[in-house]
Structure formats: C-alpha cells, structure tokens
Design a protein around this ligand. Structure first.
Ligand SMILES: C[S@@+](CC[C@H](N)C(=O)[O-])C[C@H]1O[C@@H](n2cnc3c(N)ncnc32)[C@H](O)[C@@H]1O
Length: 294
C-alpha cells in the first residue's frame, strides 16, 4: 500500500499556510480583470474581501501565488471552469422570495390592468435579470399565476431568470429550498406552490417550474441575449454593484428589450439620474419603475 503520510503532510501545510499580502500591482490586475469581465467594482476598501476569497479558493486548488492563479483563470479554454467558480465566490447572491413586496404588488397591478384579450392571446414574457438562486423568478411566476387565476383567465406565461453565476443557476434549476428560505412566504403560498420533499426541504411545484427557465447571461453582454419584446423586466439588487455609467448602459439595453407598454422594475434608489426616451417613469414613491412608450 502506498504511504500517503508525506502528501497528507504537504496538503495540511498548504491548508494552513497563510498566503502573502497581495501587492498593489497584483490587486490592480485583479481589479481590472473583474471590472472588464463582470463589471464588478472592487474598491481599495474591499481589497481584503478580494484577498480573502481569492486565497480561500487558491488553497482549494493548491495554488499559492496570486500571479500564478491569475494566469490559470485567464487561460482559455482551460481556465473557464475555474473562472466561473471564482465569479460565484465573489458575487453577492443574497435573495429571498417576495423580497420587495411593493415591486411584486406593482407587477400584479400592471397585469390586472392589461386588456383581457392581450392576456389571453399572447404569453406573458417576464425576465428576471440577476436572478441568483431563483427565488425572484419563482416569485414572479407565483404572482403571474395568482393574477391569471384571480382574473379567471387561462393565459400562458414564461419567466426567464438569468445570472452570471453558473452554480447559482444550478440551485435555481433544482428549485429546492430549505425551510428557512420560505419564511417570507405566506402559509397559503407555501401550500399552493411548494411540495415538502423531506424534513427540511421544499420543492417548487412542477406547474410553476415548467414556466420558469434559466440561462447564463452576463449583463455586460446583453447584446448576445435572445430575450426580446418582454412584457416585464425585473432587475433588482444587481445594478448597485456597477459603476454609474455601466448601470446606465445596462438599463439602456434592457429598455430596448421591452415591448411597447412593457414594464421595467428596478430597486428603489438603484439609479437616480437616468432617463431613456423610450421609457416613462411610473409616478409612485414606493417603486422605481418605467413603462415603455407605445
Ligand atoms: C444580490 S443578487 C440579487 C438577486 C435578486 N435579483 C434579488 O434582488 O433578490 C445579485 C446577483 O447578480 C448576479 N450578477 C453579478 N454580476 C453579474 C453580471 N455581470 N451579469 C449577470 N449577473 C450578475 C450575481 O451572481 C447575483 O446572483
């Protein structure tokens, strides 16, 4: 039998060895790469955040040099998988069902006011941009489903959730959530839209899952995304991670993907000085939302 004691010793040594402080030059290189590829802004105040996350991943892959790891992730095609894992570690994925109740109420009001014929004739298309682990697109699906039911309409709808993080999208597709994730849902919605699959886990029901699909889209590359003529675009808690000029760029691209009369919902305060000739702001203190002019 092989003697593994030496390699175990080396591994242990790697695990506990503290990585050296990242130099300013190394930090600038990582900052530029993340900015260019993801739009993520790592300010000097967040250097320790970057260093902690990088070094924890580097330990996992047995790399002890920031430069060496940098070259590993930019190497194409072999670095792509590692790059995706790293992006997942560096993005904030906090989310929850019905996170911004006012925004979901606005969506419900919007749908209730659409002509009945429109709801019956064409599927309602909704896009959740930066959907993380799926709670937001599934909430949108529940809101649309509830509305159609209340209106007594047998309409169709399709929700698309997109995100840059492949692992987050994997969790979204699995549609399984621990009990603690369901606390923001009322009992009625829990009963109606989830099945308990074990002591601690709930699964979104197949009828809702069938309406929601997920795809990896980097918002810096919206041009490549096929979504078009959407009824509703929902984009919350994503823009805050970008520089102001980038937020505007992204929003201008999203505005083009709405159909006339379509609704764009952002998070309150996420952009202050942006206007787009295609859109009209909804005059309402509780929401930051726009309608595409006819
Ligand atoms: C804080 S979560 C917001 C989730 C959800 N929209 C909500 O409000 O609850 C932000 C999400 O944006 C995603 N994200 C960050 N940069 C992105 C990019 N360049 N393209 C697409 N998604 C991105 C992250 O992976 C993360 O899942």
């Amino acid at each position: 039998m092989a003697d593994n004691s030496t390699s175990d010793e080396v591994k242990r040594h790697w695990t506990y060895k503290k990585l050296p402080e990242m130099t300013d030059r190394e930090f600038a290189k990582w900052q530029a790469l993340l900015d260019k590829r993801t739009g993520m802004t790592i300010t000097p105040e967040r250097k320790s955040f970057l260093q902690t996350n990088l070094s924890s991943r580097m330990r996992e892959v047995g790399c002890h040099d920031y430069e060496e790891y940098f070259n590993k992730v930019i190497d194409r095609p072999s670095g792509m998988m590692e790059w995706m894992t790293l992006v997942d570690r560096l993005t904030v994925q906090e989310t929850r069902f019905y996170r911004d109740e006012d925004a979901f109420s606005l969506v419900a009001d919007y749908l209730r006011n659409l002509p009945k014929k429109q709801l019956e004739k064409r599927p309602i298309e909704v896009w959740s941009v930066g959907c993380s682990t799926g709670e937001e697109p599934y909430t949108l699906a529940m809101v649309v489903d509830d509305c159609l039911e209340t209106l007594g309409i047998k309409g169709y709808f399709a929700i698309t959730g997109t995100d840059i993080s492949t692992p987050a999208l994997g969790k979204a597709r699995a549609a399984r959530y621990p009990m603690r994730k369901l606390i923001t849902l009322g009992e009625e919605h829990k009963q109606k839209y989830f099945t308990q699959i074990n002591q601690n886990e709930f699964e979104v029901i197949p009828e809702i899952r069938a309406r929601v699909c997920f795809s990896r889209v980097n918002v810096l590359e919206i041009k490549k995304a096929p979504m078009d003529s959407m009824n509703i675009i929902f984009c919350q808690n994503l823009l805050i991670y970008f520089k102001r000029w980038r937020r505007k760029e992204i929003l201008n691209r999203l505005a083009e993907r709405l159909q006339p009369g379509g609704l764009l919902v952002l998070g309150l305060g996420e952009i202050v000085d942006w206007k787009n000739p295609l859109l009209e702001r909804i005059n309402n203190e509780k929401n930051l939302a726009f309608i595409r002019r006819q």
